[in-house]
Design a binder for this molecule. Sequence first.
Ligand code: ZN
Length: 436
Amino acid sequence: MNRVDDLLIRSRRAVLPDGERPADVSVRDGRIAAISDHAGGAPAKAAVDLGDVALLPGLVDTHVHINEPGRTEWEGFATATRAAAAGGVTTLIDMPLNSLPPTVDPEALEAKRAAAEGACAVDVGFWGGAVPGNLASLRPLHRLGVFGFKCFTSDSGVPEFPPLSHEQTRAAFREIASFGGLVIVHAEDPAALSAPSGGGYAEFLASRPASAERRAVERVVRLAAETGVRAHILHLSAADCLDVLAEARAQGVPVTAETCPHYLALTAQEAAGTAFKCCPPIRGAANRERLWQGLADGLISCVVSDHSPCTPELKRGDFATAWGGVSSLQLGLPVVWTAARERGHRLDEVVRWMSEAPAALAGVPRKGGIAVGNDADLVAFAPGETLTVDPAALHHRHPVTPYEGRTLTGAVRRTWLRGVPAGERPAGRLLAREAR
Ligand code: ZN
């Protein structure tokens, strides 16, 4: 009864589920044991007073490509999760493709878990994949604890993870709906995509128009309405899709959406090199402002990284040939906070987009908020500190970044995973969906 807590963290800016206020947060056995008024917490074995540095829940990044096993030279569990810890991300969910084998059957999930076990500095869960021919593996993967299933409507970039045809998408949605699962969709209509007519950014952008996203999102909404599956649109880039999502919501169709830091912070006009290349592409400034409006309106619920690295060799060349993917696991929080604050958004909104909503989307137990009983995954964040992005300070395997040299506002000072400083040791656990 009278046992002393392990840790007391005090901050004048604690971001709690009901907003920001001064508070003391007590930690015991890796969980949040109490939330008290500022300076009102019970004494603990160790205490940290953050002063005006904010205390946030650890971020939950549901869109990370780790590539191990099989393409570990692109990125691996040890490097990616060290970058995550340094960036205030305490939980990530790994995408089912770009590793070999892709996570499309129980054996592949076992290979993923074996590669990740003992290597992770933060907690890691897994998405499964829905590809042509693996319908019978979806329910077993669900039972084994994947958080949902990713599928593509267009080419994925790797041959071992083909897209689903319209009919295959319908069958997968039906199957996933039958056990109450979640499907997450890369939505670009292949019929509206073309090969770039040149190697510059303008040609690349023209080859992946907003209409491609819009048509695919419309199709996902229709199939979700028909099958009743819970569907989530990944990495929304085209703001033209927002009214489709608004219409779906008005009709009660369960479709949600996310966007990524690069779509909120960068524009096509400043795409200076292939570090900016990703699919769907970063678009113009007016589109970017409409994405911010979509977040403010709640039509986009999550902001997650789509951290998708490769070797520097594959990132060379021009916009027609280079690998598409932006690596930003470590930088997402300051990138989004810098841009959010310029637009008058508060820190608790950023926390909702980057921690609470992704945790709720995937149904990650005990994550996504500073609440009694949750894991004590916490971040000390100095919201007024400025930093200039130095690739040498990035922990991911290949520090290629479009943010090089940029000055950002907001710095992660410390990250705790279950009440223990994160990053130095592979203390992360492998997470599985829990039956709800
Ligand atoms: Zn991705």
